[in-house]
Design a protein around this ligand. Structure first.
Ligand code: FAD
Length: 137
């Protein structure tokens, strides 16, 4: 199995209804494809982890990367894994407040971020996502 973690920026406004539509579609597809993970959304920016069999994750990621509702997709981590961290969620979701970011983490959502720094500190993205594991719906 592998996991892929990426950040991206919405290119269109996402209302609650359009986020719900995106999530429903993603969860249906992910259940079908054996993909689990978590999606965080903050004020037009996304941070997502996908985990599952390599072929399924790669196919899903390729579809996501082509989706023109978001852009500037930056992969922070792609690793082999022996077990899932988000096995209970076809796609957990949390919408964060405009500036909500726990102290001590690099701000993955900041459009002005320095790519090298964010990639360098990618292990924080995993810790950050894991912090929402218990409360993703
Ligand atoms: P269909 O739903 O039939 O869609 C066909 C085409 O229309 C696709 O190109 C799709 O991108 C586009 N499309 C669909 N709905 C809209 C819309 N409302 N507005 C504009 N274009 C639209 N998909 C997953 O399967 N799993 C995920 O975990 C996942 N996470 C995502 C995270 C983000 C941040 C984004 C932006 C998208 C995510 N998607 C995810 C959706 C993914 O990009 C594809 O839209 C979806 O997988 C396509 O599903 P489908 O093949 O059944 O095609």
């Amino acid at each position: 199995m592998i996991r892929v973690v990426y950040v991206s920026f919405a290119t269109v406004p996402f209302s609650d209804a359009s986020l719900d539509e995106l999530l429903n579609k993603s969860r249906d597809n992910n259940r079908r494809d054996g993909i689990t993970g978590m999606l965080l959304y903050r004020d037009g920016d996304f941070l997502q982890i996908l985990e599952g069999e390599a072929s399924a994750v790669n196919e899903t990621y390729q579809r996501i990367a082509k989706d023109n509702r978001h852009g500037r997709v930056l992969v922070l981590d792609e690793s082999d894994i022996s077990q899932r961290d988000f096995g209970d969620w076809s796609m957990g979701f949390r919408r964060l407040g405009r500036t909500e970011m726990p102290a001590g983490f690099v701000d993955f959502f900041d459009r002005r971020f320095d790519t090298a720094t964010v990639v360098d500190r990618r292990s924080e993205a995993l810790q950050f996502l894991a912090g929402f594991r218990e409360i993703g719906r």
